[in-house]
Structure formats: structure tokens, C-alpha cells
Design a protein around this ligand. Structure first.
Ligand code: NAG
Length: 212
């Protein structure tokens, strides 16, 4: 009895309250810059329940765009409560014909759960370039390993809705087509490095806003 209670007593007396709170969470102070290890913490005395709740995923994203799809993130920059916790979530809306084009999240693995409609989703392994894809229906989940190229396509005739959770507060996003055709990567270098025809590259640059 004596030793454990002495231990508890010393924990209570010696542990500064602020340290205990910092270990529980580190709500992002969005007035400061993000860093490789996340945002600096907001002062614990300024944290409220509002920091741990986010309403931004309640409404459908606007799918009137070139991909007929919308990704609405609740990452650290939108949802300060996830800062430091290594988790985040996003809403995926896919109109009929919609697609989240081939992309990667450099900093996190992903689990997608389908809430409505059907989504053909897949990823490509980096080790031997094997494609793993499957049509998912309401309630199905699929996991996408960190950093691997993957995609989601609405494979039905009705709008599809899903939520993607991430093992990171800021998973990052790089869309392959945008990396190739939405910037000023010179067309002759894109052709040389991808083996695509110049005409096809120019066409895609025209659609996606690329130059040169
Ligand atoms: C959705 O986006 C399109 C294209 O930018 C825009 O014209 C339209 O007003 C937006 N719709 C809503 C409801 O915001």
C-alpha cells in the first residue's frame, strides 16, 4: 500500500498541470506557421470543445469541376484539434462520372468507407507495380498504404459519398496529372520522361492549365 500511494502522491504533486495537458493534446495555433512536426500548440487555457469538433464535412463538396468530384479535408489546417494526434479525415463527393485522379498522400495511409453509391478504388504497389482495385459499395472499406498511387472512380449512376480517414494530421496530396500537366514542366521534358506524345501532353496542359 505504502509504495504505490507514495508514487501516486509524488505524481500528483510533482507533475505540473500544463505538462499533463500538453501530453493530452496540442491544438494547432493557426496564427503560427506549420512545421514538419505540426503546428505549435495553442495555449491550453485557450482551448475549448470547439477545437475538437468540425462542421465542415456536413455539406457536400461542389462537384461542378473538371473531375466531377470534391475532396473536403479536415486536416490540421482546417481542424486544429487533430494537430499532434496523427489522425485526420476528409469527405469525398463523386458525381456520376466523377473521379479522384491517380494521386498519392506522401505522409499517411488512408482508409476509405463508402456511405452512398459505389466507388471503384485501387492502388498500385511500389515494389512490383501490382494494381489492386475493387468496386466498393455502401459500408465497404478499403485501405491505401502510405505513399502509394491510388484513385477513386464513381462506378454507379448516382452520386457517391465516402469518408477517408488518415493516419496523419496532414497527409499531403499530389495528383499525378496535375504534377505533369498543370504547371510549367516543359512539354519536351514531359514527353522525354513519360514517353507520352507531345500532342497528348499539349491537350492535357490545355485542359489543366499547364504552360510551355
Ligand atoms: C460550384 O462550382 C461552380 C464552378 O466553379 C460554380 O459555378 C457554382 O456556382 C458552384 N456551386 C455552388 C453551389 O457553390
Amino acid at each position: 500500500m505504502y509504495l504505490p500511494s507514495l508514487f501516486l502522491f509524488s505524481l500528483l504533486v510533482l507533475t505540473p498541470i500544463s505538462t499533463a495537458l500538453v501530453q493530452d493534446f496540442c491544438v494547432a495555433d493557426l496564427s503560427l506557421s506549420n512545421t514538419p512536426s505540426g503546428y505549435p500548440c495553442k495555449k491550453a487555457s485557450h482551448v475549448t470543445e470547439k477545437d475538437f469538433v468540425y462542421h465542415g464535412l456536413a455539406a457536400a463538396g461542389n462537384t461542378t469541376n473538371i473531375i466531377s468530384a470534391a475532396v473536403t479535408p479536415a486536416f490540421d489546417a482546417q481542424f486544429p484539434g487533430v494537430n499532434g494526434l496523427g489522425v485526420s479525415i476528409a469527405r469525398l463527393d463523386l458525381a456520376p462520372g466523377g473521379v479522384i485522379p491517380l494521386h498519392t498522400h506522401p505522409a499517411a495511409s488512408e482508409i476509405l468507407v463508402v456511405i452512398q453509391g459505389s466507388i471503384c478504388a485501387g492502388f498500385i504497389s511500389s515494389f512490383d507495380n501490382v494494381i489492386y482495385f475493387k468496386t466498393l459499395f455502401k459500408g465497404d472499406v478499403m485501405v491505401f498504404p502510405q505513399g502509394l498511387l491510388h484513385f477513386q472512380i464513381n462506378s454507379g449512376k448516382t452520386p457517391a459519398l465516402g469518408f477517408a480517414s488518415f493516419g496523419g494530421q496532414n497527409p499531403g496530396l499530389q495528383i499525378t496529372d496535375f504534377a505533369l500537366f498543370a504547371n510549367d514542366f516543359p512539354t519536351e521534358l514531359v514527353a522525354k520522361t513519360t514517353f507520352l506524345d507531345v500532342a497528348q501532353i499539349k491537350k492535357l496542359k490545355g485542359v489543366l492549365g499547364g504552360k510551355n
